[in-house]
Design a protein around this ligand. Structure first.
Ligand SMILES: C[S@@+](CC[C@H](N)C(=O)[O-])C[C@H]1O[C@@H](n2cnc3c(N)ncnc32)[C@H](O)[C@@H]1O
Length: 257
């Protein structure tokens, strides 16, 4: 999927806050090697580097466009073009951080234990994933893509919800770690502007669907989707739109040797 760094940054404050909430729960004193998986444009990677100034911090992402922006905004940090599924570093990490990226990958049953194996003793895996797949913003998108008019072009892009519930992650990880901190938060986001939820999803969930369509089809699809969104998330009189958004957080700490 092609990412657009400018569009992703439309709602920077709302997208950054969960990363800060995740970071606040990582208590490592002085990690020497930190990986940021799905680092995007590197905003969060640079915060990791600021917090642990002595550490080697490496941002990893599969999008050339996002990494180009990361390297231009933060030239002193290290960036690597790589699929998270291929992540197998020579030097294991003290911290593997991943904000808003792992939900793009299927098969968490394999990925999460594999990431734990890339940590040093006492190392920490810290993950935040959107968990809004059952919300109207996503369900209306999936239903529209599976409607008679669009199913041939878009039906195959509808994935089963990639994020499992908290107890599923607890059962998967608890026997492998010495400390497990899992929580979920719903942020009641107040978005400004016209078609605010459409603009939000255009930066993320809607992208794969638009990429499969030509210019005219994009206009038609977006108009139909915008109408459904407007019914689900009406704009209030002051022009703002309330868009509740749930996110799941996991901080897992490996045992010391
Ligand atoms: C929503 S952005 C989050 C960026 C950054 N972590 C942040 O918090 O600002 C998701 C990022 O994950 C990356 N991504 C998605 N799937 C990936 C994969 N399989 N391997 C590597 N990167 C991936 C995308 O390229 C994108 O830059």
């Amino acid at each position: 999927m092609n990412w657009n760094p400018d569009h992703y940054h439309l709602y920077t404050d709302h997208r950054l806050r969960p990363a800060l909430d995740l970071l606040s729960q990582v208590t490592l004193a002085s990690p020497s090697v930190i990986y940021d998986l799905g680092c995007g444009t590197g905003n969060v990677t640079s915060l990791l580097s600021k917090r642990w100034g002595e550490a080697v911090v490496i941002g990893i992402d599969s999008s050339e466009a996002m990494l180009r922006k990361a390297a231009s905004d933060h030239p002193s940090l290290e960036w690597k073009l790589q699929e998270i599924n291929d992540f197998s570093p020579v030097s294991k990490g003290n911290l593997i951080f991943s904000n808003a990226a792992l939900h793009w990958l299927d098969d968490h049953e394999t990925i999460f234990p594999r990431l734990l194996n890339q940590l040093r003793p006492g190392g920490v895996l810290a993950v935040q994933m959107p968990n809004n797949f059952l919300a109207p913003s996503h369900q209306t998108l999936y239903e529209l893509a599976q409607s008679d008019a669009w199913i041939d072009r878009l039906g195959k892009l509808v994935r089963p919800a990639p994020v499992h519930d908290i107890s599923w992650y607890y059962d998967l990880l608890s026997s492998k770690v010495q400390l497990l901190n899992i929580w979920e938060t719903t942020y009641f986001q107040v978005l400004k502007g016209k078609n605010a939820v459409l603009e939000w999803t255009r930066g993320t969930a809607l992208r794969p669907f638009l990429e499969a369509l030509n210019e005219d089809e994009v206009k038609t699809f977006e108009a139909e989707y915008a109408k459904l969104l407007y019914e689900a998330y009406p704009q209030s009189e002051d022009g703002s739109t309330l868009y509740p958004f749930s996110r799941l957080f996991i901080v897992a700490e490996m045992p010391e040797d």
